[in-house]
Design a protein around this ligand. Structure first.
Ligand code: DGY
Length: 431
């Protein structure tokens, strides 16, 4: 067991609240949706049962319409804004009213595949299958009104890439006037210059208040918002989860659930092609209000490699990443984009969770060398800079929150991958 492994486990245990894990103390004191699902992967290396619990706890707070909220406010904590009183979703245990990338289907399949306790894995996966499927169905019922096979996010926080350049133009349509006065808490825990601007926060809050005024009725929100963006990364995660859930459901003999998820994955994979940019060598977001692609080369368009895209597309994405030329991969915005900011939240820095999903997708497309290069760069980054929330892709400087849960979880995943590569040395270590 290496020091890195031990340090990662220590962080996961320190942030464990029994049945869920907080992303980090202070900045994020509740349960976050995609954080938890990716955290479970890390936990599975040392406590399989606890890993299942992480995802089960999240789904215990699924809404009756199928949505799985992006935050579950298990216990009061004034250190975070916007808290339950702002969201006012009326849930017995308060939750936010928006969702986050649907990575649960991928995560539970991976937990199932690697489980040493096969009986437990089958029982717990079988119980989660209809719940995760209901979430996938919710997406296509509420976020894809024209049935194109791709879903829209209605708030930048849904993407998980909160502050990306991708949202700037569409976000400019969201008003800043008329919102209740508020005090940010995030800038008390992390450096303000690494966090979103006040103008962005005003717009985040406007959308929350707008949706709240519509009683969080998901059948009305899509039509009622000036911000509808089809994000290739977000859709790729949903497509991959649907494909993985279909495989898992087949293995468990749940053929109806398998067929439903397979249909989402097949249709979504075909529709993703409409977001491809040959000029940029990656996928782009589409502004659904304007019906036009958004000219922003972010990691969202690289994350599309997580879905079963054509091999030629994946190879081009690997080249695009190589072309970034940063010391550490993968920058969240192309470094030669004039809007790139090397230390500002999602406008340049590196996130290990994004690296992990891109590396996984590239490996599945047969690009073992490109995948291994991301694994190696990610572990080098942690050895250089510790377990931060995100990192400067040029210097490796740690940014945002500290002792970060999903970074620790991804380190355990990358260490396992690196072991795999070393035990079967081949072209996988070439970059
Ligand atoms: C935040 O508060 O910064 C979160 O990312 C929103 O989910």
């Amino acid at each position: 067991m290496t020091d890195l492994y031990r340090a990662a486990v220590e962080i996961l245990q320190e942030n464990d609240r029994g049945s869920y894990t907080i992303p980090t103390k202070g900045l994020y004191p509740f349960q976050w949706n995609w954080d938890s699902c990716l955290t479970a992967l890390g936990q599975s290396h040392f406590d399989e049962s606890r890993a299942w619990t992480e995802i089960e706890t999240l789904f215990a707070h699924q809404w009756s319409d199928g949505m799985v909220p992006h935050i579950v406010f298990h216990t009061p904590d004034d250190g975070y804004f916007p808290g339950p009183d702002v969201w006012a979703t009326g849930r017995p245990v308060p939750t936010s009213g928006i969702t986050q990338p649907a990575v649960a289907g991928f995560a539970i399949r991976r937990l199932f595949d690697r489980a040493t306790d096969r009986g437990q894995a089958a029982t717990r996966a079988r119980a989660l299958l209809p719940k995760v499927t209901a979430w996938h169905r919710w997406f296509f019922q509420n976020r894809d009104p024209e049935g194109e096979g791709l879903v829209a996010i209605l708030h930048p926080w849904e993407s998980g890439r909160d502050n990306s350049v991708d949202w700037d133009d569409a976000f400019a349509r969201v008003p800043t006037e008329g919102i209740a006065p508020y005090t940010r808490r995030d800038t008390q825990h992390a450096a303000p210059e690494h966090r979103p601007t006040k103008e962005h926060y005003d717009r985040y809050l406007w959308l929350v208040e707008h949706f709240r005024a519509l009683n969080w009725d998901n059948t009305r929100l899509h039509a009622a918002t000036p911000f509808q963006v089809v994000d290739p990364g977000f859709n790729a995660i949903l497509i991959r989860s649907a494909a993985d859930l279909a495989d898992l459901a087949e293995t468990l003999g749940e053929l109806g659930l398998a067929a439903e998820n397979r249909a989402y994955a097949t249709r979504g994979t075909a529709a993703l092609e409409s977001l491809w940019s040959e000029d940029h060598g990656q996928y782009l977001c589409r502004d659904r209000v304007l019906g036009a692609l958004i000219d922003s080369r972010s990691s969202g368009g690289l994350l599309a490699a997580f879905a079963p895209i054509p091999a030629a597309r994946a190879a081009r994405i690997a080249q695009t990443i190589e072309g970034h030329g940063t010391r550490f991969r993968v920058a969240s915005q192309a470094p030669d984009d004039p809007r790139f900011q090397v230390q500002r939240y999602w406008r340049g820095p590196v996130w290990l969770v994004v690296n992990y999903m891109i590396a996984d997708g590239l490996a599945r497309s047969g690009l073992a060398g490109a995948s291994a290069a991301i694994t190696r760069s990610s572990l080098d980054l942690i050895r250089t800079s510790g377990f931060a929330e995100y990192y400067d892709p040029r210097s490796g400087e740690p940014l945002g929150g500290v002792r970060f849960t999903w970074t620790a979880a991804m380190v355990l995943e990358f260490l396992a991958l690196a072991d795999l590569c070393q035990s079967a040395p081949d072209e996988r270590w070439e970059s």
